[in-house]
Design a protein around this ligand. Structure first.
Ligand code: OAD
Length: 251
């Protein structure tokens, strides 16, 4: 494993544009379960019933049972070594952008500034009927949270059947096309269109470094270096290795 970490640090050290694509696995060590692992959220809630926009419109009270559980976990969570390490890589000039499918704000709280939120952010709520917006924390004492117009509010996260925010979509596509390195961390990469990012990057010549507890469909197709293990441990080892390389170069 140490060899693979050193190899990845070399690849990152030689890159002028490194992009990361992250998923729920990077927040697992912050106490937020992922979706598709054995203990994941979708083992308890059927996404067709709880994560589709039509389901929210038809049964918002029911969908809020799941949203409230997520909201409680997210509001208690702190950035872990994966988020902090990625923030440090950005400060070192070794990670330029993160495209995250997560809605928990933990990359930003971990020190990353250049974060594209592909599936939105749960810290704000909107009314689908009158368009008013609110901070989630200002409505946390209400369940389900309601707009001043009386309707149930929806978090500003992308539900199945909703479009990806246009800015996030176009910026991610541009970056994936131009990146020299793509770090894919903690995602099963099965949800479209975020899962097209690795293939776009690969087609345009990027080296792909994948960090995951388990192999994914990317591992045997586009991945160049597979770092198997928890994102927190691997990313902090990677930060140490990049620091050592940078120090060697400056002697
Ligand atoms: P998934 O649950 O599909 O995948 C999480 C991945 O993280 C799996 O491949 C796990 O093996 C891996 N993993 C778990 N713990 C880890 C750890 N500590 N370190 C490293 N890897 C770990 O979650 P996503 O790929 O993020 O979208 O799912 C994508 C989208 O599906 C979500 O954004 C959400 C969901 O439906 C919407 O709801 C629109």
């Amino acid at each position: 494993m140490q060899n693979l970490i050193e190899q990845s640090a070399d690849i990152i050290g030689n890159s002028e544009l490194t992009l990361a694509l992250t998923g729920a696995g990077v927040s697992v060590e912050s106490g937020i379960p992922d979706f598709r692992s054995a203990q994941g959220l979708w083992s308890k809630y059927d996404p067709a019933e709880y994560a589709a926009i039509d389901a929210f419109r038809a049964r918002p009270e029911m969908v809020w049972e799941m949203l409230r559980e997520m909201d409680d976990l997210i509001s208690d969570a702190k950035p872990n070594k994966a988020h902090l390490g990625m923030g440090e890589l950005e400060r070192m000039g070794c990670l330029h952008w993160i495209v995250t499918q997560n809605v928990d704000n933990l990359h930003q709280r971990g020190g990353s500034k250049n974060v594209i939120e592909y599936h939105g952010n749960s810290s704000t709520l909107s009314c689908l009927w009158c368009g008013r917006g609110y901070l989630s924390e200002d409505r946390r004492n209400q369940y389900p949270p309601r707009c001043d117009c009386g309707k149930i509010l929806k978090p500003d996260v992308v539900f199945f059947g909703e479009a990806i925010p246009q800015d996030a979509l176009s910026r991610s596509f541009q970056l994936a096309s131009a990146a020299q390195v793509l770090l894919v961390a903690g995602t099963s990469a099965v949800v479209s269109p975020a899962n097209s990012i690795p293939a776009i990057a690969k087609r345009n010549g990027a080296r792909i470094i994948e960090i995951n507890m388990e192999r994914t469909h990317l591992t045997d197709t586009v991945t160049d270096v597979f770092l198997q293990g928890s994102a927190g441990t691997i990313i902090s080892d990677l930060v140490d290795a990049v620091k050592r390389k940078t120090a060697e170069l400056s002697i």
